[in-house]
Design a protein around this ligand. Sequence first.
Ligand code: SF4
Length: 716
Amino acid sequence: MPSEQAKSVISEAYKTMAKNIPGFRHRAAQKQMIAEIANTLAPDFQNGLRIAVIEGQTGTGKSIGYMLGAIPVAQDLKKTLVISTATVALQEQLITKDLPMVAKTAGLEFSYQIAKGRRRYACPRNIAQLSGTNQDQVALDFGNEHEATASWERPPADGDLELVAKMEAMLDDCRWSGDFDEWASEVKPDLQSMLTTSNSGCSGRQCPWVHNCPFYKARQGLKEVDVVIANHDLVMADLTMGGGVILPKPEDVIYVFDEAHHLPDKAIGHFAYHTRIKGGVKTLESLGKAADRAAGVLRTTAAREQARIIKDAGNQAKEAMGSIRRAIEQEFPESKPSKFRREGDAQVWRFEKGITPEVFVERGKEIARHTSKVTQGASELHSLLKKALKDGEISNSAVDRIVQDMGNGVERITALAETWDMWSGQDPEGPPPMARWVTRDDGEIDVAVSAITAAGMLRSMLWEEAYGVILTSATITALNSFRRFQRSAGLRDDDGTVYLRLASPFNYSQVGVIEVPKMNTEPSDQEGHTAEIVDYIANCVSHNAGTLVLFASGWQMRKVAQALPEPLKSMCLTQNELPKHEIIEEHHRRIKTGKGSLIFGLASFSEGVDLPGELCTHVVIAKLPFAVPDSPVESARAEWLESKGMNPFMEITVPDASLKLIQAVGRLIRSEDDFGRVTILDKRVMTKRYGRQLLDALPPMQRIINQPAKTNVLSA
Ligand code: SF4
């Protein structure tokens, strides 16, 4: 149980909020969530790990639930509450709306701050270099493709110089905080990369700009506030560095992961590595030049010795890279068909069971050995430079750029050495193997290695280290079970995790219908199925309402959009023809002016799109959202499950389709006043055994199955 103090603060906060918010709705599910969170986080929680997984549909009031449940307990226990979301946009919503609202209406006093990655903040040093304000430095190119002769990694495009000058001016007179999410327009990713810096590229306390540095300002006090609003990537970055680097130590943290169903995949992304051969050669050459310049400035025997090591080991690594490139070209000629294709002509060959072919192993290890030596030498030289700077032996303006280039070089070479080491390494018996593969693309060769599951890492770095964790989302279960999430997240049956599905606030059977009309074709008959979809939309979709049509393939979406008769064709707002936000704005405008509108979207319209009320009264799902294992990681995961005697289709594909289908259906009812229908144009719902399971996992709306399609089933 939480302490009496925490219980009374929670109870008072809830009552105060109810009083202060006009029309406040008491929701049983929200109260249950608050109580469950407070109980799970209590110091005397006996079950095992203090972890609760809570699924609560839209309309439950989850964010208020976890704030009221966790903030008083965290304050009582002197722990930091880290609320992590899947995206920066959700972080912004919490920091600008939800937290201030809770602080104001619940009478709670707490401090809070947002935490984002370094690459979201401008680096004034780099801005000065790019704008030409700080011209006494010359860049060394660590980019993969461009020969840079000045501070730009590529020649400035039209408008780039003006934009950089404007940013510099606005930073100088405090009209911009340096946070790219607060910049009025979108900045091109490659330009943003040049305007920001990496951990190793940052000169830290020795930097002349440090006192006016947006990143340092944003990180100040992060370990002192009561509540930190982070995102899953930042939390994972902190944990992979050992925890307690960016955020407080995990044992002093209560984590709340909102949109928790994204966490396992986000976590896998932090255990994926790749490197390009030509790019690697270029990095080694640039680092050799930077080492010579550093040794020239430092003028010590130690510096000269490190520069020699960097160049000698670098030359050996380049030779080994040339040898492995020839071996890969021979083993995987471009004429050899590959199972996976990337955009353009890129071909991908995955190694069976994650075992790198013998012919590459020794050469890969050789590259890893030589590049590790380069890393050691470069780190040593980088430290010598920073020490000389700190001791005042060399001046900042003379070497700032060299320090930066050495820092960037160390970071790149370290990653490169690790990648080659893992790519040519062997996995231990027992745990799931890594996925390993090679890509050939336009003359370049990319070698890659990735974890296929984050379960073990999440368990050792997070679940067993954190004081407590709350995982919540509108969709966590698949096929009416937490099993899929539990497995991918590395939670065990016996670790004491609490699982809770909150009751929905919606009276589904009264407000919604799920219809699966009689269909003649299977989706495998692409032309026939597409023609049936066209037929259905032409005859059964209202011309005067808001409709969302969700497709599993871009090909089918475009075919249907082209084949529709007028006026439906002109009413169609199709994904990829317009940016997503413009589609939604135009849809709003049409519906608000009494017109009909149809959105044609792919997977990204199935989640996170909010079209309440009349904006969406009909959701059409063209095909069950089965993913094909089209990436080396997914394919390796399926292969591993098969090797364990499991069926990847039933273990992964069907549960994942269930989750996606629930999300797609969830676009219909967004508030207690909503109503409408969902149509699934895929007869496998009726003809396959898993189809019934998928249907049973959907909200309990009325069902109309295998009937001829109707124009408006609600009035039928
Ligand atoms: S402290 Fe680091 S991030 Fe800030 S301006 Fe200097 S180099 Fe850039």
